[in-house]
Design a protein around this ligand. Structure first.
Ligand SMILES: C[S@@+](CC[C@H](N)C(=O)[O-])C[C@H]1O[C@@H](n2cnc3c(N)ncnc32)[C@H](O)[C@@H]1O
Length: 213
């Protein structure tokens, strides 16, 4: 998690409401993310045949819009109405509104129904109390047979602490008779920090395929 998010969390201590925290996070800035899709998503999904996708914690919609442009029908979920409004406006500009269903959910409370060809959780981190393991298990349950769950995490979830990709995968308790692990790796990439400085960051990448039933 970024130092900036940590600072906001300190400001908001005692306020455990995800919607309030993330609304504040988005509405105090004109724009938070670049609008570009996440590189791992492009790498892993770019060669797949488009189908239905669920984007969990879609933010301002960079991934959802990219997926829609590739021909996917996307359900894109976030707790922040401001983020979703920005995403919907960008989707309209990109001419892909008809392929994206933006929905506001606090994933700690409600989860979209349905089975999807791709379920994507890109940096679904929160400094607010968040039942991440339960939500990621629900994400796995929403994957259609033969299809993919893709999780990308910051390897450094809080300053100075590091996690390995196995630490995300293991608590999901996925039955090896039902799931095949396709990627389980830590990857480095160059990123620009909010202060404009370039840095090498590490992502944990977990891609698991549900086997046919
Ligand atoms: C670190 S951002 C990542 C955004 C986007 N996936 C990306 O890669 O740029 C985490 C996102 O998850 C959303 N989020 C956090 N807690 C949530 C919750 N309880 N329910 C739904 N979305 C949540 C936030 O609003 C935010 O957009």
């Amino acid at each position: 998690m970024s130092d900036e998010l940590h600072a906001e969390h300190q400001e908001g201590l005692g306020d455990a409401e995800a919607e309030r925290f993330w609304e504040n996070h988005y509405s105090r800035r004109e724009r938070v993310w670049s609008g570009r899709p996440n590189p791992v998503l492009v790498d892993v999904v770019g060669s797949l045949r488009p189908g239905t996708a669920l984007d969990l914690g879609c933010g301002e919609g960079g991934d959802a819009i990219w997926l829609a442009r590739q021909g996917w029908r996307v359900t894109a979920v976030d707790v922040s109405a401001t983020a979703l409004d920005r995403a919907a406006a960008d989707a309209a500009t990109a001419g892909v509104s008809d392929r994206i269903d933006f929905r506001q959910h606090d994933l700690a409370l409600t989860f979209p129904s349905g089975a999807f060809d791709l379920v994507s959780a890109q940096y679904l981190h929160s400094p607010i109390e968040f039942p991440r393991v339960r939500v990621l298990r629900e994400a796995a349950s929403a994957v259609a047979p033969c299809r993919l769950l893709l999780i990308v995490d910051h390897a450094s979830v809080s300053p100075g602490s590091w996690a390995a990709p196995e630490e995300t995968l293991a608590p999901l308790d996925l039955d090896p008779d039902e799931w095949r692990t396709e990627r389980l790796e830590a990857r480095e990439r160059e990123a620009t920090r909010p202060n404009g400085r370039r840095a090498t960051v590490t992502d944990n990448v977990i891609a698991v395929r549900r086997l046919a039933r």
